[in-house]
Design a protein around this ligand. Sequence first.
Ligand code: SAH
Ligand code: SF4
Length: 344
Amino acid sequence: MNLWGKTREELRQESVRLGFPAYRGQQLHDYMYHRGVHDFAEMQQLPRALREVLAEVHSVDFPIVVKRQLSNDGQTAKILIRYRDGALVESVLMHHHYGYSVCVSTQVGCAVGCTFCASGQNGLIRNLTAEEMLAQLYVFKLQLGIAIHSLVLMGSGEPLQNYREVVRFMHRCADPEGLQMSYRNMTLSTSGITDEIYHLAKERLPITLALSLHAPNDTIRNRIMPISRRYPLPELMRALQAYSETTRRRMTCEYILIRGVNDRPEHADELARLVKPLRCHINLIPLNENEGIPLFRPSQTVIDAFCARLQHSGIAATVRKEMGKEIQAACGQLRLRFLRQTPV
Ligand code: SAH
Ligand code: SF4
């Protein structure tokens, strides 16, 4: 059995099951989650007999970091990690004035296939388990000895198409015996899986929901986000309204600015009308250009004008501070490069 992700209580029980005292399970827990030791042979405080039986019947499947990049200002680090089956995902660590935040991947690849996104280019490979998502946080925590303050589910994958594991993961992050994170410091970003937004509202988690909106109408959205054909905007807006009424949490809408596609003044006006009832905050994101995808970011003048126009209509809008652009910190870019360079 893979012991990575097991709780303190589960490890204590396992120790007893193997014929050792419960506190040995506690020691195993400390090795795995506090000291970053994942090889039973190196757990010197455990009796040799226990180390041997553990090695025989169990493993600790902790991912390996295969690539690491640090941004020029030293505030953003991106890693590419490989799970036991060879699946590759990326995670990003960002340093903010309030602490460290991690951008977590929820799936290997993504089935949604937005045209601008590197993660969706090869479709979905598989879902990640809650334990595998947890390992992304622990890679940073254990290697750098830091506390993780917040997390954003904005790496590769559509979190609401891996609903059960994503919710389980957020619970694990909030576990008082584990990372002790606050739900308020967790943001789930979705391309808009309407049915699951209703589900999520029922969980009543005080997380922040972020919608990847990216277009002011279905004509443009259909072109860049195929999911919109399945869940058109009027239906999606109804779900979001219900979500914010149930949870009473302010949500965020993300809007990537793409030159000649969604960046005109009339798009800003249409967007303002669309989101007004949601009372959300709009994050404008200048497109991160991808090799091989013929979409480009607008000029800074166009970006600033778009933002000003929204603000003028009474919408709380800001242009997102870019972190680690030179290390391909946007969704899936590092993995795609790596896959193209290395035959798999
Ligand atoms: N699947 C979810 C979460 C992961 S994507 C979603 O789509 O919301 C996280 C964010 O990165 C989304 O807002 C997505 O639209 C954005 N993103 C993807 N490709 C991008 C690119 N090339 N430039 C800028 N943002 C991008
Ligand atoms: Fe999937 Fe999000 Fe990328 Fe769209 S933007 S392909 S939903 S990861």
